[in-house]
Design a protein around this ligand. Structure first.
Ligand code: BEZ
Length: 401
């Protein structure tokens, strides 16, 4: 050993004995000063209620991506802080503040419900905490409320509805009735569908609504039967989607008035919907049968880890892990290097099971939207309804610091 090495070693030993070196410094150059502990990840998702399965699939997907990175992101272990948001927008500010103020998380991940996500967005904007939205499609999050520290790995509600308008007209249907939950996701999904439909020469003749998370559809289905539109477009997800698809068939409408939807109608719920879902066509940024080695390896790894088939929500959770790992690797786990972290996230290309996607200037995925058809227990991809679709991000004025 050279004299200079010996001197350096004895200085390190002295500092260590004196308690002056953090364990990070002792671990080697990959770790940043003051960043020795675990990275605190706040998972705010629904684990009860109509969207419970969606929250679990996102969590599983995220943890699978982390496991594939050796259990670390940016070279650091993770500490999870989990909150069940119950898909209740009224509780969103308090729940988010628990994670940010009490648990002092470094990164917020959530959520499924658009209304709850907007509560998280508010806190993220006030505190500067990095927020990654792994599902909720509320336009404002990457629209008028967009911010440098807010990212989304999923979609906007508009993105999954808009392409279906043209599909419906191409099938020869002009007059459509829409039926959905009365909150941002439903409103924006049918809004996107209506825009696409009108542009293609069709018309929404009636909009029907039900409060979230109610699933009493009988009176509305009777109304549809008497309106006799060419087609029906709907947004429902999770347990609500199971009930709606079954009720639609039980009311004798299946086979009489074609039902279309954004793909949440049939994703992750086909076992429960059974025969009632067969043949339904939907548009979404994922499909079980995407025939690529990337999708196959993801599906194999997920089903091995969780003894369950993945769905779109699992993919979004997984991609959240992929995105965050790129950002944290770029700053070697130093979450305080916010600007560098954000810059790395912004230029990422995610090699996802859904296909490669990039982020728009508003921090929302630019991605292909697939046309899918239910065959057995699969949402089979039958085509691309819209290539590399970017949300218009109306009102986004990204103010860089
Ligand atoms: C939403 O609230 O944005 C949403 C919920 C479930 C599936 C898709 C979107």
């Amino acid at each position: 050993m050279s004299t200079s090495h010996r001197r350096a070693r004895s200085r390190r030993e002295f500092l260590k004995a004196a308690g002056c070196l953090t364990s990070a410094a002792l671990l080697g150059p990959r770790f940043a000063w003051g960043q020795a502990g675990k990275i605190k990840i706040g998972l705010m998702l629904p684990y009860t209620g109509t969207y419970a399965a969606l929250g679990s699939a996102i969590t599983n997907g995220f943890k699978l991506a982390v496991a594939e990175h050796g259990g670390k992101l940016g070279g650091r272990d993770l500490d999870y802080f989990t909150v069940d948001d119950e898909s209740d927008p009224a509780k969103a500010p308090e729940n988010t503040n628990k994670l940010v103020q009490r648990d002092k998380v470094d990164v917020l991940i959530g959520t499924v419900h658009s209304g709850v996500a907007l509560g998280m967005v508010k806190v993220a904007r006030e505190t500067g905490t990095l927020l990654i939205i792994p599902n909720a499609g509320a336009a404002a999050a990457t629209g008028e409320l967009c911010a440098p520290n807010i990212f989304r790995t999923s979609f906007t509600n508009w993105q999954t509805g808009y392409p279906m308008g043209k599909v419906v007209v191409d099938r020869g249907f002009k007059n459509a009735v829409t039926l959905t939950w009365k909150y941002a996701a439903g409103e924006e999904s049918v809004g996107g569908f209506g825009e696409g439909l009108t542009k293609a020469g069709g018309k929404v003749v009636k909009e029907l609504w039900v409060p979230f998370p109610q699933v009493e559809f009988q009176a509305l289905l009777t109304q549809i039967a008497s309106l006799k539109p060419d087609a029906v477009y709907t947004f429902f997800a999770g347990a609500g989607a199971v009930k709606f698809v079954k009720d639609y068939a039980a009311a004798g409408l299946k086979g009489k008035i074609p039902l279309f939807g954004s793909g949440f109608l049939t994703d992750g719920v086909l076992e429960a919907q059974g025969e009632a879902a067969q043949g339904l066509e939907t548009t979404l940024h994922y499909g079980d049968g995407i025939d690529t080695p990337r999708n196959k390896s993801f599906r194999d790894a997920y089903s091995k880890a969780y003894k369950a088939e993945p769905d779109v929500y699992a993919v979004q959770g997984y991609d959240t892990g992929l995105l965050l790992s790129v950002g944290l690797d770029a700053v070697r786990g130093d979450v305080n290097k916010k600007n560098e972290l954000i810059a790395a996230l912004e230029k990422t290309r995610i090699d996802s099971p859904r296909g490669t996607w990039t982020l728009s200037k508003a921090h929302n995925p630019i991605q292909d939207i697939y046309l899918r058809k239910v065959v057995g227990t699969q949402n089979k991809v039958t085509g691309v309804a819209y290539k590399a679709l970017e949300d218009p991000a109306r009102g986004c004025n990204m103010k860089k610091t």
